[in-house]
Design a protein around this ligand. Structure first.
Ligand code: 16G
Ligand code: ZN
Length: 500
C-alpha cells in the first residue's frame, strides 16, 4: 500500500467533519453532496475485498427509489451477492474514519481479513442516471486506482445488470457473457423461445405498458426492446425525457400509494407495470371494468412463478426471513429451487447446479412431452437473473408465464385475495430500542411491547401486526392486517401508539 498516495488523494475527497453514515440494508444512502468521500473510500475497500477473495468485485452507484437529490453506493460480492456482513462493518468504519485515521483503518481491515496486498485486484463499476452519479463513480475509480486496482467502468447500468456482470466474470463465462450485449442476448433468446411455445399468443398477450420511474430502466429497455420484440411489445412511460427520477412514478410510489404513476393512461384490463429507479423492483397493476385500481405485488409475482414451477415439483414450502434481499437470497440458496420476492417487488428465483444438470439431461430425452417440459424449464432458468432481483428479467419471466398459461392479468390477480392491510411509519427518538426475532415478526425489546401488540391483535378478526426498525430510514415500520380495511387501519394506529 502506498500510504502516502492514499493520504494525498483522500484529502481531495475529504469527509465533511462530524458526518456519520451507516452501511445499511442496501449500502450507503444519503444526499448526494455528502457522498464524495464515501465513494472514494468504497473504491479502496472494493480493492481490498477483491484481493481477499481473488475475484472481481462490483461497485454500484445508485440510491434506487430515493429522490433524485440522493445517491448511494453498494459493493457486490463475487457471486453477484450483497457484501458479506463482516465487510459491511469495515465499510462503515472506513466511511466514518477521520482523515488522520484512514491509514490505520485500512491496515486494520487488511490484517483482520488476512488480505494479501500483493494479490491483483479487479473492480467493475456501474451507475444509475442521477445527475450526481457520473462524478461520484469517478471518485470510486480514484479510490480503486490509488490502491493499484484494475477496473472496468460499465457506465450506465441497472443494479441487477451490474450483479450479472460480476457473476459472469467470476464464473468463467459459464453463466453468460459479461457484456451488456451478452445480457440482452441471453435473456431475449430464452424469452423468444418460450413465447414461441405459447399456444395462445393472441395479441392481448403481446403488449405491456411500462413505467420506468424516469430512470435507467427506460434506457436499457429501449436498447433491449428489439431483441425480444417478436415475443412482446413494450410501451414506455416516464422514460426520463420529461419528468424527475422516482417523482410521482415508479414501483415504490405505486406500491405505497396504491395508485397508478403520473403520466400513464390506463384502459380497463390493460396490463401495466412499474420499475423502480435502478430497475431491481417490479410491480404490476390494472384497472378493472369499473375503473378500480388493482395492484399485483411481489407476493403475487412469487405465487405466479412458483405455481408455474410447481407443476414440476411435489410441494412448495414457505419460509420467512428478515427484510432485505441479502437475507432472502441466502435462504433461497438452501434449496434446489428457491423463489423469493419482497412485497415491494424485489425478487428472483435460484436454481442449484444439481437441478440445472438434471434439467439439461431431461432436455435430451426421447419422450416428447418430458423433453418439451425440460426445454421450457431450461429457458426459464436462463431468463431469471440469478445474481439479483431484476425488473427487466422478472418482467420477461412473468410475460412468458402468462402467455404459456394463457392467463389474463385479472386471472393472475385472482389466484388469491389479500387481507386488507395498512403500513405506517412512526418517528421515534431512537428506533434501535426496538429489536425483533422470528424473521422480524416478534418484538423482543422494549419489554412489554410484544404483549401489548398481542392484546391489540386479539381485538380484531383475522388479524396480525408487526413492528420493526427500518434499515433505510430513521423510522419504525408498522404493519397490520385484519378482516376489513377499517379494522386494519385501526389496528395499525393502535400499534403505532404502543410503539411510543
Ligand atoms: C432496501 C432493500 C429492500 C428492502 C428495503 C427495506 C435491497 C437491494 N434493497 O431497499 O430489499 O425491502 O430496503 O427498507 O436489499 P426498510 O427497512 O426501510 O423498510
Ligand atoms: Zn431498487
Amino acid at each position: 500500500m502506498d500510504l502516502g498516495a492514499i493520504t494525498k488523494y483522500s484529502a481531495l475527497h475529504a469527509k465533511p467533519s462530524g458526518l456519520i453514515l451507516q452501511y445499511g440494508t442496501a449500502g450507503f444512502r444519503t444526499k448526494a453532496e455528502h457522498l464524495d468521500h464515501v465513494m472514494f473510500r468504497m473504491g479502496l475497500l472494493a480493492v481490498l475485498r477483491s484481493k481477499q477473495t481473488k475475484s472481481t468485485i462490483g461497485v454500484m452507484v445508485t440510491a434506487s427509489h430515493n429522490p433524485e437529490e440522493d445517491n448511494g453506493v453498494k459493493l457486490v460480492d463475487p457471486l453477484g451477492e450483497m457484501l458479506a456482513p463482516s465487510w459491511e462493518e469495515h465499510a462503515t468504519c472506513l466511511a466514518n474514519a477521520e482523515e488522520q485515521d484512514m491509514q490505520r483503518v485500512l491496515i486494520d481491515i487488511s490484517e483482520k481479513e488476512a488480505v494479501n496486498l500483493q494479490q491483483d485486484a479487479f473492480v467493475v463499476i456501474g451507475r444509475d442516471t442521477r445527475p450526481s452519479s457520473e462524478k461520484l463513480s469517478q471518485s470510486v475509480i480514484d479510490g480503486v486506482t490509488v490502491l493499484g486496482g484494475q477496473f472496468h467502468d460499465y457506465g450506465l447500468l441497472t443494479t441487477p445488470q451490474l450483479h450479472y456482470m460480476v457473476y459472469c466474470r467470476n464464473t468463467g463465462g459459464r453463466y453468460g457473457k459479461a457484456t451488456i450485449e451478452g445480457y440482452y442476448q441471453k435473456l431475449s433468446k430464452a424469452f423468444v423461445e418460450l413465447t414461441k411455445q405459447a399456444s395462445c399468443s393472441g395479441d392481448e398477450y403481446r403488449s405491456l405498458k411500462v413505467d420506468c420511474a424516469n430512470g435507467i430502466g427506460a434506457l436499457k429497455l429501449r436498447e433491449m426492446e428489439h431483441y425480444f420484440s417478436q415475443g412482446l411489445s413494450v410501451q414506455l412511460f416516464n422514460d426520463g425525457s420529461k419528468g424527475k427520477l422516482n417523482h410521482l412514478c415508479g414501483a415504490d410510489f405505486v406500491k405505497s400509494h396504491q395508485k397508478p404513476p403520473q403520466g400513464m393512461e390506463i384502459k380497463s384490463n390493460e396490463r401495466c407495470c412499474s420499475f423502480d429507479g435502478d430497475a431491481d423492483r417490479i410491480v404490476y397493476y390494472y384497472h378493472d371494468a369499473d375503473g378500480h385500481f388493482h395492484l399485483i405485488d411481489g407476493d403475487k409475482i412469487a405465487t405466479l412463478i412458483s405455481s408455474f414451477l410447481k407443476e414440476l415439483l411435489v410441494e412448495v414450502p414457505v419460509y420467512c426471513t428478515k427484510t432485505g434481499v441479502k437475507h432472502l437470497h441466502h435462504k433461497a440458496q438452501e434449496f434446489d429451487i428457491g423463489v423469493y420476492f419482497e412485497a415491494n417487488g424485489h425478487g428472483t428465483a435460484l436454481f442449484s447446479t444439481a437441478v440445472e444438470m438434471k434439467i439439461k439431461q431431461s432436455a435430451e430425452q426421447l419422450e416428447d412431452k418430458k423433453r418439451k417440459a425440460a426445454k421450457m424449464l431450461e429457458n426459464i432458468i436462463d431468463l431469471f437473473n440469478q445474481a439479483a432481483g431484476d425488473a427487466i428479467s422478472d418482467m420477461l419471466v412473468i410475460e412468458a408465464i402468462l402467455a404459456l398459461k394463457g392467463l389474463t392479468v385479472q386471472q393472475w390477480d385472482g389466484l388469491y385475495t389479500d387481507l386488507p392491510n395498512r403500513q405506517l411509519k412512526v418517528q421515534v427518538a431512537d428506533r434501535r430500542v426496538i429489536s425483533t426475532t422470528n424473521a422480524e415478526r416478534q418484538a423482543v425489546t422494549p419489554p412489554g411491547l410484544q404483549e401489548a401488540i398481542n392484546d391489540l391483535v386479539k381485538k380484531y378478526k383475522l388479524s396480525r401486526a408487526f413492528v420493526r426498525p427500518s434499515g433505510t430510514e430513521d423510522v419504525v415500520r408498522v404493519y397490520a392486517e385484519a378482516d376489513s380495511q377499517e379494522s386494519a387501519d385501526h389496528l395499525a394506529h393502535e400499534v403505532s401508539l404502543a410503539v411510543f
